[in-house]
Design a protein around this ligand. Structure first.
Ligand code: CA
Ligand code: CA
Length: 382
């Protein structure tokens, strides 16, 4: 029997109007939190304490595995200052990204891009793997749901046609029967001309399964941030502190009035998801660490995790032993990083590099993907 943690699926299965309707209107349930609601939060903290990144002087042990780049490892300051009040800083305090603390990570390899549909398709063809979103919910998982509502599916951005308050993400997210990595917007959508798009609708276990097949693993949150910072320290973005360096967009995020249908202006060149690698890489050669799709990392999510690390340098931290999000204390969540094509300073600025997202482990969506890592010492696997 699968864990009964798929609250989004559970509620959707229980409440979905079967006759073709896919919108889930279960107000009050907050199992899926692709972006956090606005919050006044606490007053801004003392100025951030970033110190210089000190990359290790470790040379790559050999040629880079296909599609991967060398991340030298080293010591850096992890976390994010409160961005409120900064130009383009948004309105969220990002308190889970503090205190800013010192971390050391060993060197490793990392995928230069998010895992693409064509890569994921090779995995599925080789293994016959069936993702969580493609699995029909069972009577054992959802004993009280009507049988007719037990339909496989996933969560899809479904923008409203009019402006809505930004305090309820169910206004623009729906559980769509038939949505999966093969059908990103649900039945009727497919992967034609999307081979180089990042794969989406992957649950955490799907990403882990792919990584194992590829003889890789998912990165820890600390590895992800060290890599995304590219040797810089305390910058707001992987490229520096200017959201539009030289007046040019540097990542696939959302421009326009969020989340109204048709309001994404695509000023960065892309309305919705983009093929990987459309913007300049960071100094380590990583593409789309800010924006495009969110990326799973291995750490459990706890709001207070950084506060538990204490003084000194945390060496290769792997996250807390368990998950705890006060907003949804019964959900088991792991960390998401990097923001997505739906992130905007109006609502969620988590393309800012030290900031954190999170999600229930068996819930995917059409703006959540992943990329893999490989330990420097590993010949295969981890
Ligand atoms: Ca865009
Ligand atoms: Ca990304």
């Amino acid at each position: 029997m699968k864990p009964r943690s798929r609250k989004w699926r559970a509620a959707a299965v229980a409440l979905m109007v079967v006759a073709g309707a896919v919108a889930w209107m279960a107000r009050g349930r907050r199992a899926f939190e692709p972006v956090a609601p606005p919050s006044d939060g606490p007053p801004p903290p003392a100025p951030a304490a970033f110190a210089a990144t000190v990359p290790a002087l470790t040379l790559a042990p050999g040629p880079a595995p296909s599609g991967m780049v060398w991340i030298p490892g080293g010591e850096f300051s992890m976390g994010a200052a409160d961005p409120r009040g900064l130009e383009h800083g948004g309105h969220e305090p990002m308190s889970d990204a503090r205190p800013i603390h010192r971390v050391y990570v060993d060197p490793f390899w990392m995928d230069a891009t998010e895992v693409t549909n064509e890569e994921f398709e090779r995995f599925v063809k080789a293994t016959g793997y069936v993702t969580v979103a493609e699995q029909k919910p069972t009577r054992e998982e959802f004993p009280t749901a009507p049988l007719a509502n037990l339909k496989a599916g996933s969560v899809v951005f479904t923008p409203p046609s009019v402006e809505v308050p930004l305090d309820d993400h169910y206004r623009w997210w729906s559980y769509v029967a038939g949505a999966s990595w093969r059908h990103p917007e649900g039945p009727g959508s497919d992967l034609r001309r999307r081979g180089r798009h990042p794969v989406v609708h992957v649950a955490y276990e799907d990403a882990v399964a792919y990584a194992a097949w590829a003889e890789k693993r998912l990165p820890t949150e600390a590895e992800w941030e060290f890599a995304a910072r590219g040797g810089l320290s305390g910058k707001l973005y992987p490229w520096g502190d200017d959201l539009k360096p030289g007046g040019r967009w540097a990542a696939n995020i959302y421009e326009g009035r969020f989340p109204i249908r048709g309001a994404d202006l695509g000023e960065d060149g892309h309305v919705g998801v983009a093929p990987v690698g459309q913007f300049s890489p960071n100094a380590y050669g990583l593409y789309d660490v800010a924006g495009n799709v969110w990326e799973w990392v291995t750490d459990w999510y706890r709001l207070d995790y950084y506060a538990t690390l204490g003084p000194g340098v945390a060496r290769n931290p792997r996250g807390p032993a368990d998950s705890f999000d006060p907003a949804e204390p019964t959900e088991k969540k792991r960390v998401h990083r990097g923001g997505s094509y739906l992130c905007t300073e109006q609502y969620c600025t988590r393309y800012m590099i030290g900031t954190r997202g999170k999600g229930e482990v068996r819930t995917g969506s059409n703006h959540l993907g992943f990329r893999c890592a490989r330990s420097a010492s590993a010949r295969a696997g981890v």
